[in-house]
Design a binder for this molecule. Structure first.
Ligand code: FBP
Length: 336
């Protein structure tokens, strides 16, 4: 069914109303997740407006500090991080927060605690901020069952299969928020004049195979044999190479057009570059919910059990058949 026909059959739906409708499917639902997701959407609107006027408002350039990864923080990194910590804390529905920009987990104080833990990358793709190329926010949500106890990092050092919701917001030519609560994937576009996220992509399904591969080919000399063989096979099949260098933008294109995004391990970064909790898991959850898959080079991404907050992992995600091809090459290597 043509996307436009699909939309013709879809009423004008805001993100808030969509989440409320989802909530009503569960009579036992408390509305806490609804409130939390709306606070995340509010944070995205704030960051969208800051990203939009970054060049004018002198928000580009360095903030003069470094984050836990030893990376120079950009002004927008710091601002986005502050915005999300504020939005998540003031929701009153969180217990543990883990941000790419903070070394330690933020444990919410008594009286302001809720039962959700949020892991997030407030502004992903920082190398593209100053040239106004698409960047984004990535988030994943875990639930803590025991009521009212203090949060602890073990609450988030859980496999990705335990995530109850995940999403990203891309700040590009239009601002798109893509969300899953475990029942498929839905896309919303921000209408700046209304200040509302409007449903524009219902029930997103990634094509089973794609004609695009996305990787930083500059690292090729350091790749292992299966990755090298896979990319060579893509070239032989004259697949198109597309690489923006912002995971959110590269994954968003992969989700809609099909194909594969990979950030493999290499001699320089033996564990890859991307962080498990707030980059790999949320994107893997979305990919699987859209009919694709995500692989670590050893196994299913979502089954990985992280031991550190800022742990990294190689990742291969996208169309089901494309990732199957990668898995075959690693299986051959493992059996040889
Ligand atoms: P941060 O910008 O949040 O640190 O994210 C990492 C990232 O920029 C991803 O968005 C992107 O996929 C990758 O690093 C690009 O890395 P490289 O420049 O090595 O290709």
């Amino acid at each position: 069914m043509e996307h436009s026909d699909q939309l013709k059959n879809t009423d004008l739906m805001t993100l808030t109303r969509f989440i409320l409708n989802e909530q009503h499917k569960y009579p036992e639902a408390t509305g806490d997740l609804t409130i939390l997701l709306n606070h995340i959407a509010l944070g995205c609107k704030f960051v969208q407006s800051a990203v939009n006027k970054a060049g004018l408002a002198k928000l580009i350039g360095l903030a003069g500090e470094q984050n836990v990864q030893g990376e120079d923080q950009k002004k927008l990194d710091v601002l986005s991080n502050d915005v999300f910590i504020k939005a998540l804390t003031s929701s009153g529905r969180t217990r543990v927060l883990v941000s790419e920009e903070n070394e330690d987990a933020i444990l919410i104080e008594k009286g302001k605690r809720g039962r959700y833990c949020v892991v997030f990358d407030p502004l992903d793709g920082s190398s593209n901020i100053d040239c106004a190329v698409a960047v984004g926010t990535i988030f994943g949500i875990y639930q803590v069952t025991e009521p009212e106890r203090e949060g602890k990092i073990e609450d988030v050092l859980q496999p990705g299969t335990k995530m109850v919701s995940a999403g990203y917001c891309m700040y590009g030519s239009s601002c798109e928020l893509v969300l899953t609560t475990g029942e498929g994937v839905t896309g919303f576009t921000l209408d700046p004049s209304l200040g509302e996220f409007i449903l524009t992509r219902a029930n997103i399904k990634i094509p089973k195979a794609g004609k695009i591969y996305s990787v930083n080919q500059g690292n090729a000399v350091n790749w292992d044999a299966p990755t090298t063989a896979y990319v060579e096979a893509c070239q032989k099949k004259t697949k198109s190479l597309r690489y923006i260098g912002s995971m959110v933008a590269d994954v968003h294109r992969t989700l809609l057009y099909g194909g594969i995004f990979l950030y493999p391990a290499d001699k320089k970064s033996p564990s890859g570059k991307l962080r498990v909790l707030y980059e790999c898991f949320p994107m893997a959850f979305i990919m699987e919910q859209a009919g694709g898959q995500a692989f670590t080079g050893k196994g299913r991404m979502l089954e990985l059990v992280p031991t550190k907050l800022h742990e990294r992992s190689p990742i291969f995600l996208g169309s089901y058949d494309d990732v199957e091809d990668v898995k075959k090459l690693y299986a051959e290597k493992a059996s040889s």
